[in-house]
Design a protein around this ligand. Sequence first.
Ligand SMILES: C[S@@+](CC[C@H](N)C(=O)[O-])C[C@H]1O[C@@H](n2cnc3c(N)ncnc32)[C@H](O)[C@@H]1O
Length: 227
Amino acid sequence: MSASRGGRPDKRRAAVRLRRARRRKPSSARWLERQLNDPYVRAAREAGYRSRAAYKLIGLAETADILGPGQRVVDLGAAPGGWSQVAAERVGRQGRVVAVDTTAIEPIAGVVVLTLDAHGADALDRIRAALGGQADLVMSDMAAPTTGHAPTDRLRVTALCETALDLAEPLLAPGGSFLAKLRQGADSALQARLRRSFRRVRHVKPAASRRESAETYVLATGYRGDA
Ligand SMILES: C[S@@+](CC[C@H](N)C(=O)[O-])C[C@H]1O[C@@H](n2cnc3c(N)ncnc32)[C@H](O)[C@@H]1O
């Protein structure tokens, strides 16, 4: 297999080495070489996904039954749209996917796109109106540019996860799921809040998440609702 939608990429191809280009900075050359040799980048391009991140969601959805036909899904931090493409395929015509990002997203079949800031005062109302009912899954891949200072980066991603949870709690149906990007060494207050709101909380690093990255995902299932 070279790549198919939902399949695993072929990692056996020969590595591509860049010839020295005088005008390319070493950091750009390293980035380009990594992109050219990344099986998930290649698989995403061949399968028509807009980002290699699509394979993170595919891997995460193998961990728990969180994406299925007829579901309503909110995708926070959705640009350029890989996760939304995967979600739209899985929920099918009877489901609904609402994609949210501050950056504009090119239209995706079966997805309602909202260009807005998840921190915005109108975010909850606009998402709720677009969703047309309670959500089965609220997922967030929201990320801020990294600073290279690990504690600062962890605080930023934790704050984005809390914002996602602030939106998820009023949107989710009882029994619903929450999936969000975090960094390793998660905040204990956030953990406690997740455990109060959901029956099961796991931390998962999908195969497509780069080994050298501190990125991880929290997957919380069985939303308790107001009970
Ligand atoms: C890693 S990318 C998401 C990739 C996406 N999951 C995909 O599959 O293509 C992170 C996104 O989070 C978005 N983001 C960060 N902060 C946000 C906020 N406050 N509101 C909405 N989107 C935000 C960024 O604009 C960026 O597009």
